[in-house]
Design a protein. Sequence first.
Length: 448
Amino acid sequence: MVNLDDLKNIEAEEEVLNFIMVKPHRFHDISHILRADDFYRESHRIIYRAMAEMILAREPLDIVTLTEKLRHDGALDKVGFGTIKHIGMVGVVGCVEAQAEIVAEHSRRRRLVEKARALEVMAADFKQDIERLAYDFANDVSGMTATADENTKTAKDAAMELAALIDQRSARQGEMLNTGLADVDKYLTGFEPGQLIVIAGRPGHGKTALAGTIAVNMAQRGKRILMFSMEMSREEMLGRFVSRVGGLSGEKLKKPNDMSQDEWDRYIKGLDEVSKLPLTINSQGALTPADVASIAARWESNGGIDVIVIDYLQLMNSGNRSDNRVQEISYITRSLKNLAVNLKVPIILLSQLSRANDKENRAPKLTDLRDSGSIEQDANTVLLIHRESHLSDDMKTQELTNKTFVNIAKQRDGECGTVLVTFIPSRGYFVNYIDEGRYEAKGFTPPV
């Protein structure tokens, strides 16, 4: 039996606290790594919270002021002046982030042992739903989540976390997680960890192509993408990416014997560049949230993930026996939202729209989201995609054009609105809007 008392590093805890005392202006360097509950010793947890409150209130921080703060809070007896004095005498470390990671890792290991012990008991109870049990455990482990009480923050603790987040946003302004489509990104505030982003559209309007465009744009900026493609095979999805990056018509890849030498060169170039992108594609069908959580947890521990893309919601199942599809969809979207929060990555989820907008000959609305109102409820951002159409030359059928509307129909912390983008059908992706009169889609070569 593992002894939890062995899973600690007191020296690292002391060095982190000393660093905060000596350089309180650098607190944000570690506040995104650690929380008070990550410290093994109760006295260290109390000191960390007190320091965070003082820094937030912009109060001077040293041995004397910290001691008075703890005395005022009635916590000095629990900590002891000797502990405060000892921490003040610890040498300042050069790389405090490394020490903070050590403290956080020991904390995660203690929580993992506790979860494994709880799982052992529940797994032996045949009254437990095994699918739900597997999902909940995978979901918990993937994010190393704590109990509800540990995730409940005071206003001061939450304010400190917000301050750290604003600092992080400021530091990475040039590398925001966005679509790479300029007009769309003027509206979007960037995809944040823990967000669920829904891209919805009718079949054939390009939701898969839009998700692929966003994935490649992010991957080309070094972001690690995990894609779940339940409708297209890995080869089909990768073929689109090669076609796009190599500047080659997708039709040519289906008839390689007809390709010219220049087209072969483009194909080789595209294949080489795509093979180097930090992209991982899973093409398993009928995934459950538990499947996604399990696969994502493995890849998160094997190099990390920046974004997850799932194509698409209506092809998933809950893993639970249910005749109520609305309840099943609600369970899936809530589970994926929780997974995004626990893994601290944005999840881009594709979804179908009902046929109401087609029947009524109008642009889609949020109420057209198919199967469940929980899709809109759980999503942080909803993009509705809609391509224009016109009558065919024989006046018998409607044909989709390349002019595409992207409606940012919901954005919790940002503006909503509609922008235009252009679909490049020969290569299966989108670019910033180009007036139809200025190019011919068949021969269009977009800038790199």
